[in-house]
Design a protein around this ligand. Sequence first.
Ligand SMILES: [Zn+2]
Length: 262
Amino acid sequence: MKVVIMTDLEGVSGVNHPDHIYSEPSEMYQYAVGRLMADLYAAVEGALDGGATEVYVVDGHHSGKNFIKEKLHPKAKQVSFAEWRELIRSGEIDAYMEVGCHAMAGTMNGFFDHTQSSKSWYNYYVNGKKTGEIGQGAQFVGAFGVPMVMVSGDLAACVEGRAFLGDIATAIVKEGIGWASARCIDLKEAEEKIRAAACEGLKRVKDIRPYKVQLPAEVKLEFFRADQCDEYCKNHPEVERMDARTVRKLVFEINSYLDLLF
Ligand SMILES: [Zn+2]
């Protein structure tokens, strides 16, 4: 069984302060990426427990330069974003997981809730359904028949994962207190939960359906401000402007992760 694990930083165990997230060389950021590696290690172990024969991992936060190579699980193969997209499209992947997730923009008590850009994306909808990054990942892999079987992150992210994907395995490693703070559980306990959830997700892979978006899909983005929408429309004449801060487009085919984004 071949498995892909995508990672983000906001939903990692022990991470509960804005300085953990910004990828400047600081002690706080170093701590956070150390925790990212621990959560990822646990997920890889869990995937192997659950029957994975190959585990591909992707460094998904910011520009993808967060992994500490020496702390990568020896059985995990790191792939780039481009390789990730090709793997999903290849039809060889049996299951997909996301470690370190955050909730969509506008989620109450979601630690660092956002969708793509916390500066310009206010609300994002797919076929009228407000969607965040968990849904975006699921709809891309789902288009190629791959189910998202496990999510780890704060409570809000895990609730969102289940709201979109049904009875998937989740590992809740903290609870957001507003936007910029979170109450974290014990770190060892978090790793155990992630390992158990990754294993459980694979054991139930046959019962978890790939997330299919009905095509053609109407995708809509509300920017925070009209000037951001002005700027976007200037560079993207193919989208339809609906009002001062909203654009929409119709997607007839999903070939890439980017097709459903703006
Ligand atoms: Zn991130």
